[in-house]
Design a protein around this ligand. Structure first.
Ligand code: S3P
Length: 443
C-alpha cells in the first residue's frame, strides 16, 4: 500500500449500536460469481456484488481475458460468458492486489487454459504461501512457476491437458479445494477432493446453480471435467464476515440492539454466531430464507455480558476470517478465552495471531500468542490516555480494533487502514451510522 494514500481511524470511546443496516455483499461469493459466469455459456445477471478492491481485481482480470462485463452499478452486473474454452490471453500480468482467494482460485482456472498467464499481487499477497495450490495442480499436469520460496508471481504455462486427481487436503482450505475444482473443469476424468474439515462450500453451490454436476459424499467432493456451465441469475447475500464486526460491536456495547439485514448464513460460515453464542451473546436469526442457492437471514444482536471460553476446534474453519473480531469480544469478556488449532491465521493478509496480540497488549489486555492460537484474558481496553494500534495493512484487523473503541477508556487511533477497501467499502460511514464514534483521516 502506498503510504501517501493510507488512512487512519480515530475512534472516540463509547457508543451504542442501534438501528438496522445492510453490510456489503459476500466477498467469497462475489469472486466466484465472476469466475463462473465468465466461463459459462450465456449471460449471467448478478446482484449484491461486492464492489471492493479484491472482487474488482477478479473482475478486471476477466475483462483482460476478453470477457464483456457490464457494471458494476450498485452491485448489479451482467457478465457475457465466453464458455469453458473462450478466454483469451491477457496482454500483461493479472494483478490480484491483496486477494489470496483471487490468486489461488485463478491459478486453478488458468492452469487449464491453452495460453500462458502471470499472476501478481501486492506486498502482503506476495508473501503468502502458494505451494498449497501449485503442488496439487502439478499432480494434475499443470506447469506453474513460483519464486524459490513458493510465492507469487505465478507463471502459469499452457499444457496439453490436465488429468483429474484424488486429493486429500493437507489443511482445511476452501481456496485450495476451489482451485482444484476449477482446474478439474478442464481435466480429463474425475477430480475428487477430500476435506480434513468442512470449509465454505460456495464453489460447489454455485457450480450447481450453473447446472454443473458436483457430487458430495461425506468429506469427499467430486466433479468431472469437460461439462458446460449455463448462465443464470445470482443474488449475493451480505457478507457474514463483514457483519461479524457489527455482531461483536453490538454484543460488547451496553444497551445495543442492532439488526443486520440479509446476511448469508451458510452453515460453513456460521462459526462467528456459534462462538459468540458460546460466550453468552444474544443473537437471533430472523426470517431464514434461501437466495441464489445460499441460506440468508436477518440477524438481531443485543448487548450481552460475554464470558471467555475455550473455542471448540471444530468451529475454527467455520470462523476462519472472524478471529480478529472474536479476539476483541474476548478482550471484553469475563475470564480467559483460549484458541487452539488455528495456525492458518498466521498466513492470512497478515500474521493475525501476532498482529492482534501486539495490538491487544498495546491496549493493556493480557494476550499470549501461541503457535496455533492465543490466550486472551478479558479486561479494561486502553487507558484514558488513549491507545495507538498498527493494523499492518490488514483490513479485518483495522475494523476489529475500530470496534474496540466501543469499550475503550480513551480514544484509539488505528493506523494503516486503507485496505479496508478490499472487503468493506464504506465501513467508517456505516459504522458511524450504527453508533461508532469513528473518523477517517488521511495518514
Ligand atoms: C476463502 C477461503 C478462506 C478465507 C478467505 C476466503 C474463499 O481461505 O480465509 O478469506 O473464498 O475460499 P483459506 O482457504 O486459505 O482458509
Amino acid at each position: 500500500m502506498d503510504p501517501t494514500t493510507n488512512l487512519r481511524y480515530l475512534i472516540a470511546p463509547g457508543g451504542v449500536f442501534e438501528g438496522r443496516l445492510r453490510v456489503p455483499g459476500d466477498k467469497s461469493i462475489s469472486h466466484r460469481s465472476i469466475m463462473l459466469s465468465a466461463i459459462a455459456d450465456g449471460v449471467t445477471r448478478i446482484s449484491g456484488f461486492l464492489e471492493g478492491a479484491d472482487a474488482l481485481a477478479t473482475l478486471a482480470a476477466f475483462r483482460r481475458m476478453g470477457v464483456e462485463i457490464e457494471g458494476p452499478t450498485q452491485g448489479e452486473l451482467s457478465v457475457h460468458g465466453v464458455g469453458l474454452r473462450g478466454l483469451t490471453q491477457s496482454e500483461g500480468p493479472l494483478d490480484m492486489g491483496n486477494s489470496g482467494t483471487a490468486m489461488r482460485l485463478l491459478a486453478g482456472l488458468l492452469a487449464g487454459q491453452t495460453f500462458p498467464s502471470t499472476l501478481i499481487g501486492d506486498e502482503s499477497l506476495t508473501r503468502r504461501p502458494m505451494r498449497r495450490v501449485t503442488a496439487p495442480l502439478a499432480q494434475m499436469g499443470a506447469q506453474i512457476l513460483t519464486t524459490a520460496d513458493g510465492t507469487a508471481p505465478l507463471r502459469v504455462e499452457p499444457v496439453s491437458g490436465l488429468r483429474g486427481i484424488e486429493y486429500p487436503l493437507p489443511m482445511a482450505s476452501a481456496q485450495v479445494k476451489s482451485c482444484l475444482m476449477l482446474a478439474g473443469l478442464y481435466a480429463q476424468g474425475e477430480t475428487c477432493i477430500i476435506e480434513t474439515a468442512p470449509t465454505r462450500d460456495h464453489t460447489e453451490r454455485m457450480l450447481t446453480a450453473f447446472g454443473y454436476s458436483v457430487r458430495r459424499a461425506g468429506a469427499r467432493v467430486c466433479l468431472t471435467g469437460g461439462g458446460r456451465l449455463l448462465g443464470c441469475r445470482l443474488n449475493i447475500p451480505a457478507d457474514i464476515s463483514s457483519a461479524a464486526f457489527f455482531m461483536v460491536g453490538a454484543s460488547i456495547a451496553p444497551g445495543s440492539d442492532l439488526l443486520l439485514e440479509n446476511v448469508g448464513i451458510n452453515p460453513t460460515r456460521v462459526g462467528i454466531i456459534n462462538i459468540l453464542r458460546g460466550m453468552g451473546a444474544n443473537i437471533e436469526l430472523i426470517d431464514r430464507r434461501t437466495a441464489g442457492g445460499e441460506p440468508v437471514a436477518d440477524i438481531r444482536v443485543k448487548a450481552a455480558r460475554l464470558r471467555g471460553i475455550h473455542i471448540p476446534v471444530d468451529q475454527v474453519p467455520l470462523a476462519i476470517d472472524e478471529f480478529p473480531a472474536i479476539f476483541i469480544a474476548a478482550a471484553c469478556a469475563e475470564g480467559e478465552t483460549i484458541l487452539t488449532g488455528a495456525e492458518e491465521l498466521r498466513v492470512k493478509e497478515s500474521d493475525r495471531i501476532q498482529v492482534m496480540a501486539d495490538g491487544l497488549v498495546q491496549l493493556g489486555i493480557q494476550a499470549e500468542p501461541r503457535p496455533d492460537g492465543i490466550r486472551i484474558l478479558g479486561g479494561q481496553i486502553g487507558s484514558t490516555d488513549g491507545g495507538s494500534i498498527h493494523a499492518q495493512g490488514d483490513h479485518r484487523i483495522a475494523m476489529s480494533f475500530a470496534m474496540a473503541g466501543l469499550r475503550a477508556e480513551g480514544p484509539i487511533e488505528v493506523h494503516d487502514c486503507a485496505n479496508v477497501e478490499t472487503s468493506f467499502p464504506g465501513f467508517p460511514g456505516l459504522a458511524a451510522q450504527a453508533g461508532l464514534k469513528i473518523q477517517e483521516q488521511a495518514a
